[in-house]
Design a protein. Sequence first.
Length: 283
Amino acid sequence: MITLIKRNLKLFFKDKTVVMFSLLSTLIVLGLYIIFLGRLTFKELADYPGVDLLTGAWVMSGILAIVPVNSSLGALSAMLVDKEKGTYEDLIMTPLSRLQIIGGYVLSTFLITVILSIIVLTATEIYLVSLGGPLLSLGALVDILFKIILNTLIATLILFCISLFFKNLNAYSLFNSILGTLIGFLAGILIPIGGLSSTFQTVVKVFPFSHSASMFRKILMEEPIRTVFEWAEPSTVQNFRQTMGIDLMFNSNPITDSASILYLLILGMVCLVISLVRLKQKA
């Protein structure tokens, strides 16, 4: 199985087109914010000191949340490519069990998404420091790494489960394109959740990776919020946190990180069970 994992890793990073398309949605979100969305979203705070850091932290938190989704979609396409080329059937003829083969695809996808997420985190830290932000403390770094690994694991489990329902690469590629287009909205990144209708706000709160974005924002935006809202009333800060999706609300109360983590774990377990049932049906 380790050989299969190495093979999938090598195939993914060797194909620059796959890597680029895995990051395409992320690059689009970043580009839109650099060009004009950032100024529009934070225009009321334009004259406040530290607003550039605040904007950068908000954008990069969202990007950290969606990178595992895009990269998982790209990495899992290898399984469908192998099925279309007959490589998957060849693998079944080897001493590897079907579970080991599937495990090779899942684990390689997980490792790919972790690697890309760590690269994006490093770029995020360099970018925020260049805007005048402080280096992450050891505690904050450990916290964000834990949540990156959790986010990556859940993205892998959810998207692997979904991939099992596609019979060919064309249909999967179409799904990839649609999700890549919508994910910025579904995760509350392109438009802050406070600017959406109540119905769409509910959709965003159900979408798992909006919870990841919220957790990343709480870590990366702590210092910028303190700087920008130094003299603001607590109610103003609270309203900003809710509008920008830093605090997701449920029954007028903020959803805690513990609740978000539990929600993600439950979704991951449900998708794992569905995947196992689906694989048993195909066996």
